[in-house]
Design a protein around this ligand. Structure first.
Ligand code: GMT
Length: 387
C-alpha cells in the first residue's frame, strides 16, 4: 500500500504526505468539505486515509490513493452507550501506526479533536494534529457548560487550528479564549467543475411541469436552519408568481416544514426529495436558493448554489455574508424577516436581466474566491509548516 522509495521525516521524498482525515460521515457541510478536501489532496499525489464510523456520504466511487478505515463501534451488554470517542481514538492511533501518517486532520471539534488528542498521547512519535472548526462545534454544542472545558482543551492541544470563516474565528477567540494568532481562517471551497451551471430542461420539467420558477433549499433540517421560514418565504413568493419549492435533505424539522406548507396552503407546490448525495445534479435546475438559518458559520450549500449560477436569498447571519455578497450574488435580509426575504426573492425571479447579473456574479465569485485550486494549497501549506 505504501509508496516505495526513501521517506523523509514528515513526508515522502517527493513532497507528498500521508494524511488521516476524520469527519462525520452524515449529511452535512463538515463531512462534505472534509471529503472533497481528501479527494482533492489525493488528486495532488498525497495518500489520504479517511477514518470514520461509516463511509462519508460524498465519498462515492474509487479514488486512487484514498483509503477508508471504519471505526468499529463495539456493543457490550454492560455499556448502555457506545464509546465513540474511545473507538475513534483507537482507530486514529492504529491508522497512524500502520500507515505512518504525517498529519491527522479532524473536522468538527467534538469529539474528534479529543479522540485525536488521546491517540497522540498514545504515540511516542505522534503526527501533528489539525482541527478544523466548522460551526456548531463552537457556536452551540461546544458552548454547553458540560462540554466547554474539554472542547477548549482539545482545540488548544491541536498543533494547527483552522476556522471556515472570519465569523467563526471571532466567536472561537471570544468564547473559548483561543489566542487569535493560533487560529487561521481557511474558507470552505467548491469543485467548480462539478458544481456549474447546466441546462437540463427535462429535469426542470420534473420539478416544474408548468414552467414555474424553481426555488430550492438543501440542508439537514435542524432547528438552526429555521425550515419553517423557508416555507414562509416561499409562500410569499408563490403569492406573486407561479413557482415550486424543492426541499433537499432530511432531519428533525422535516415534519414541521410539511405542516407549515399545509398551513400556508402551498403543500401542492412543495416537494420533499429527501437526502441526495449528488446535489450538483439538482442545484443547476434551481432559479433561487433559500438559506434562512439563524446562524451559519459559512453556508456551504449557498456556495454550491452560486457556483451553479443560482442566486441566494438568505439571512444576514454568521459567516454567510462572507460567502454571499449582498447585492451581487444574492440578497441578505435580517434574521426572521420572511416578508423582506420573499420580496427579495420575487424581485430576483421577476427580472430576467437582474437574475442574469446575479447568476453570473455568483458563478464568478465562486470560481475566483472559492475554487478548490485556490483554497486547497492553503491546507497543504499549513500541513507543511507542521510536519
Ligand atoms: O456545525 C454544524 O452545524 C455542522 C456542520 C455540518 O456538518 O453541517 O455545519 C457547519 O459546517 C459547514 C461546513 O463548514 C458550514 O457550511 C455550515 O455553515 C456550518 N453550520 C452552522 O454553522 C450551523
Amino acid at each position: 500500500m505504501r509508496p516505495c522509495g526513501p521517506r523523509l521525516a514528515g513526508g515522502n521524498s517527493d513532497g507528498t504526505m500521508r494524511i488521516g482525515i476524520t469527519c462525520y460521515p452524515t449529511y452535512g457541510g463538515s463531512g462534505a468539505v472534509a471529503t472533497e478536501l481528501g479527494i482533492g489532496l489525493a488528486a495532488r499525489g498525497h495518500e489520504v486515509h479517511f477514518i470514520s464510523y461509516a463511509q462519508p456520504f460524498r465519498l462515492a466511487g474509487f479514488h486512487e490513493r484514498v483509503y477508508f478505515h471504519e471505526v468499529e463501534l463495539e456493543r457490550y451488554p454492560l455499556f448502555e452507550t457506545s464509546h465513540y470517542t474511545l473507538a475513534l481514538a483507537a482507530t486514529i492511533h492504529d491508522t497512524a501506526v500502520r500507515q505512518g501518517l504525517d498529519i491527522v486532520h479532524v473536522h468538527y471539534a467534538i469529539p474528534h479533536a479529543t479522540s485525536a488528542w488521546i491517540a497522540r498521547e498514545m504515540l511516542d512519535s505522534a503526527p501533528p494534529l489539525v482541527t478544523t472548526l466548522h460551526g456548531t462545534d463552537v457556536t452551540l454544542v461546544g458552548l454547553h457548560p458540560s462540554f466547554r472545558a474539554i472542547t477548549r482543551f482539545s482545540i488548544m492541544r491541536s498543533q494547527g487550528i483552522t476556522a471556515v470563516s472570519r465569523f467563526l474565528k471571532e466567536v472561537t477567540v471570544r468564547d473559548f479564549e483561543v489566542p487569535e494568532e493560533r487560529l487561521c481562517v481557511i474558507p470552505n471551497f467548491v469543485d467548480t467543475e462539478l458544481f456549474r451551471p447546466r441546462e437540463n430542461a427535462a429535469r426542470r420539467r420534473v420539478f416544474a411541469p408548468g414552467g414555474e420558477k424553481i426555488v430550492m433549499h438543501v440542508s439537514n433540517f435542524r432547528p438552526v436552519k429555521r425550515i419553517r421560514d423557508v416555507i414562509d418565504v416561499f409562500a410569499g413568493i408563490r403569492r406573486e408568481m407561479p413557482c415550486r419549492l424543492v426541499m433537499v435533505g432530511d432531519g428533525p424539522d422535516r415534519p414541521r416544514a410539511a405542516q407549515r406548507a399545509m398551513e400556508r396552503g402551498v403543500e401542492r407546490d412543495v416537494v420533499f426529495l429527501g437526502k441526495h448525495a449528488s446535489v450538483e445534479e439538482l442545484l443547476p435546475c434551481a432559479d433561487l436558493f433559500l438559506m434562512t438559518s439563524e446562524s451559519e458559520s459559512f453556508g456551504l450549500a449557498a456556495l454550491e448554489a452560486i457556483a451553479c449560477g443560482v442566486p441566494v436569498v438568505g439571512y444576514r447571519a454568521g459567516g454567510l455574508p462572507e460567502v454571499i455578497t449582498h447585492g451581487e450574488s444574492g440578497l441578505l435580509v435580517p434574521v426572521g424577516d420572511v416578508e423582506e426575504a420573499a420580496t427579495a426573492g420575487t424581485c430576483l425571479l421577476g427580472s430576467a436581466e437582474l437574475w442574469r447579473r446575479f447568476s453570473e456574479a455568483g458563478r464568478r465569485d465562486a470560481v475566483e474566491r472559492f475554487a478548490v485550486a485556490r483554497v486547497l494549497p492553503d491546507y497543504e501549506a499549513l500541513y507543511r509548516t507542521l510536519v
